[in-house]
Design a protein around this ligand. Structure first.
Ligand code: GRF
Length: 217
C-alpha cells in the first residue's frame, strides 16, 4: 500500500521537489495528498500545482492565535489520514497541540549536524563558528525545537572561501538525498524509535558521508 504524505513548506520548495521526483521515479512508494503553506507566494505551492498535487495556502493573519491556526491545520491534515507529515522548509514554530496530534508521524530536515546550530540560519552560524564540518539532519519532531530523535545525518565540509550561499548549496544537495531516503525508510516500515535512538532496520551504519549509508539516492 502506498504511503500517504502531507508536506508543509514555506519557501522555495527544493526539498519538496526532490521528494516528488523520488516518488515519480518509483523510488518511494508514496503519494503526496496535500501540500500546505503559510505563504501564498511559496515556490513550494507552485511546484506542487505543476505536479498536479493539491496545494493550500492558509494565511496566519486570518487566525487569532498560533494555537488557533495550528488547530485548524490539525483538523485539515487529519482529513488526509496521512502516514507521515513532512516539514520541508516550514518556517513556523509548531504549537505543542500540533506536535502532540502527530508525534511520531512528523519529520523535519535541518541544515546542520544537530545538536549544533539549531534554529534559524544554521549555515551562517556554522560559518561564523568556524566548524570544518557541518551537514544535514533528518529527525522526528518533538516539542523542543530541532531536538527530536535523529534518523540520518550527512556530513558536509566547510571550505575556507565559503559564503552562506555556497555552504547552503553544498548542504542542500545532500538534503535532497537524505530526506527522500529517510521518507522511503519510514514508508517501508524500517524505522524503529526507542527513546532518542532511531534504528533503520537492515541499513548499513558506520560509513561516510551519511550515516546510515544511502541505499537508493
Ligand atoms: C532547507 O535548507 C531546510 O533544511 C530548511 O529550510 C530549507 C528549505 O529549503 N529547513 P527548500 O524550501 O526545501 O528549498
Amino acid at each position: 500500500m502506498s504511503c500517504k504524505l502531507v508536506v508543509l513548506a514555506s519557501g522555495r520548495g527544493s526539498n519538496l521537489k526532490a521528494i516528488i521526483e523520488a516518488i515519480k521515479k518509483g523510488k518511494i512508494n508514496a503519494e503526496i495528498t496535500l501540500v500546505i503553506s503559510n505563504k501564498k507566494d511559496a515556490g513550494a505551492i507552485k511546484i506542487a500545482r505543476e505536479n498536479g498535487i493539491p496545494a493550500k495556502v492558509f494565511e496566519p493573519s486570518f487566525f487569532e492565535s498560533r494555537r488557533g491556526y495550528d488547530l485548524y491545520l490539525v483538523e485539515r491534515i487529519k482529513k488526509e489520514n496521512p502516514d507521515l507529515i513532512v516539514l520541508a522548509g516550514y518556517m513556523r514554530i509548531l504549537s505543542d497541540e500540533f506536535i502532540e496530534a502527530f508525534e511520531g508521524k512528523l519529520v523535519n530536515i535541518h541544515p546542520s549536524l544537530i545538536p549544533s546550530f539549531k534554529g534559524l540560519n544554521a549555515q551562517k552560524k556554522a560559518l561564523e563558528y568556524g566548524v570544518k564540518y557541518t551537514g544535514a539532519t533528518v529527525h522526528f519532531v518533538t516539542k523542543e525545537l530541532d531536538n527530536g530523535p535523529i534518523i540520518i545525518q550527512a556530513v558536509v565540509p566547510v571550505l575556507p572561501d565559503d559564503t552562506e550561499e555556497t555552504l547552503s548549496q553544498r548542504i542542500l544537495s545532500w538534503e535532497h538525498r537524505v530526506y527522500p531516503q529517510a521518507i522511503k525508510w519510514i514508508c517501508d516500515g524500517r524505522v524503529k524509535v526507542e527513546g532518542r535512538k532511531v534504528i533503520v532496520e537492515g541499513a548499513k551504519y558506520g560509513e561516510y558521508p551519511t550515516n546510515p549509508s544511502l541505499e537508493d539516492f
